[in-house]
Design a protein around this ligand. Structure first.
Ligand code: PLP
Length: 413
């Protein structure tokens, strides 16, 4: 937050002020027992977070990136394999794939949900892979590697279309690791199972980040893996702690990837408020919709498919005049963000993957149109009204900023 900012993109000061006494008490109890690593604060938080996610197990780790890497390794992903994900995500998703020894392989997103497009995933598996006659595993024609897993990213707080993903995953024997780093508490209605499911309870494993700005944030770095599979949970417990099955008995090499006790205590304290905070985010999203509806097709507001309950980690609008609008709002003291401006397949870090501009047109177009508006549970009605008024003012001074037709295709289900 800068000094002249009237409405920041994110306010991390107020919630910590509100909980200061509780949070300081966590720190004090940790100091007085010198319980910094492991212990009951970690175990308690893991139990509570598993329950929150409707998952069987939770293993606390050092960050969301650790969580993704350990989850992939624990489900058996390793060198020589290809793992499918989207180019429209934070780089940690693909870093974890590479660090597990595999190669990222991209499939474009659905522009309505900004998550992986199941039709394109199907096209990739059917038309861009050959089945290994022996193992029946799809082999990517690009990488010549066996495709062994999918990492759907529940971006902006919205679940990916998991029924369709699981159908393909089963057909092609792929592991599914949810990147739930932006989706603590998000829900998905499974038509197959006829019930709502929580992010983190669906895949073979799921990764959460507790980076301070996430819906549930630590006062530092932290993350967790959830899973319903005891074996996967046990493997991750070893991976995070130097491969130890017990102290100084190393069954394999692992990492230093544990969750700090102080962070676990802080997360446990904040977890009690997460449901309420997520509800506030949803209310704020509804209010944005009501306030910005008048702009018609000049901007595109986030869509919530019937099968999803988003927890609005971010509220992302789209307009062709994104850069001008962002500058206009900045001049009016309104903080915004772009999540993310450059798709991963055209990042320098991935030039060795030899993808090209044009390979993933939806991700590429969206990257130039998206703008994240202020979104946090403590955002007040008047502040929100100020944001909406400034956006309306921008468009009345810059009319005709319509999105290309076809972009607003009605949601079919
Ligand atoms: C934040 C985030 C991560 C990484 O989490 P860290 O805790 O920062 O390591 C991974 N994937 C997505 C989609 C994220 O938003």
């Amino acid at each position: 937050m800068t000094a002249n900012e009237k409405v920041p993109l994110l306010d991390l000061v107020t919630p910590h002020r509100e909980l200061e006494d509780e949070l300081v008490a966590v720190f004090r109890s940790s100091l007085r027992t010198a319980g910094f690593i492991g212990g009951s604060m970690v175990g308690n938080f893991e139990r509570e977070f598993a329950r929150f996610c409707d998952a069987g197990f939770c293993v606390g780790v050092g960050s969301g990136t650790d969580a993704l890497r350990f989850a992939l390794m624990a489900v058996g992903i390793g060198p020589g394999e290809s793992v499918v994900t989207v180019p429209h995500t934070f780089i940690a998703t693909t870093e974890a794939i590479s660090q597990a020894g595999a190669t990222p392989e991209f499939v474009d997103i659905d522009e309505r949900t900004c998550t992986i497009d199941p039709a394109k995933l199907q096209d990739f598996l059917e038309n861009h892979c050959d089945l290994d006659p022996k193992t029946k595993q799809p082999i990517s024609r690009r990488t010549k590697r066996a495709v062994t897993a999918i990492v759907p990213v529940h971006l902006y707080g919205q679940c990916a279309d998991m029924d369709s993903i699981f159908e393909l995953a089963q057909r092609y024997r792929l592991a599914v690791v949810e990147d739930a780093c932006q989706a603590h508490g998000a829900e998905y209605f499974s038509k197959k199972e006829k019930c709502w499911k929580r992010a983190g309870s669906m895949g073979h494993a799921a990764a959460f980040s507790f980076y301070p700005g996430k819906n549930l944030g630590a006062c530092g770095e932290a993350g967790a893996v959830t899973t319903n599979d005891l074996k996967i949970a046990e493997k991750i417990r070893m991976l995070r702690d130097h491969g130890q099955s017990k102290k100084y008995y190393h069954d394999m090499e692992g990492y230093n990837g544990r969750l700090d006790a102080i962070q676990a205590g802080i997360l446990g304290t904040k977890l009690k408020y997460l449901g309420e905070w997520n509800e506030k985010r949803r209310t704020i999203a509804t209010t944005y919709h009501e306030m910005l509806e008048v702009l018609g097709d000049q901007i595109h507001l986030p869509e919530e498919p019937a099968w999803g309950k988003s927890v609005y980690h971010l509220f992302v609008i789209r307009t062709e005049k994104r850069d001008d609008l962002q500058q206009y709002l900045k001049d009016a003291g309104i903080g915004t963000g772009i999540h993310y401006p450059i798709p991963l397949h055209v990042q320098r870090a991935y030039r060795l993957l030899t993808y090209q501009q044009g390979d993933f047109p939806v991700s590429e177009r969206i990257a130039s149109e998206i703008l994240s508006l202020p979104m946090y549970p403590q955002l007040g009605f008047d502040e929100q009204k100020y944001v909406a008024e400034k956006i309306e003012k921008f468009f009345s001074a810059n009319p005709g900023a319509k999105l290309p037709s076809g972009l607003l295709a009605a949601q079919s289900d």
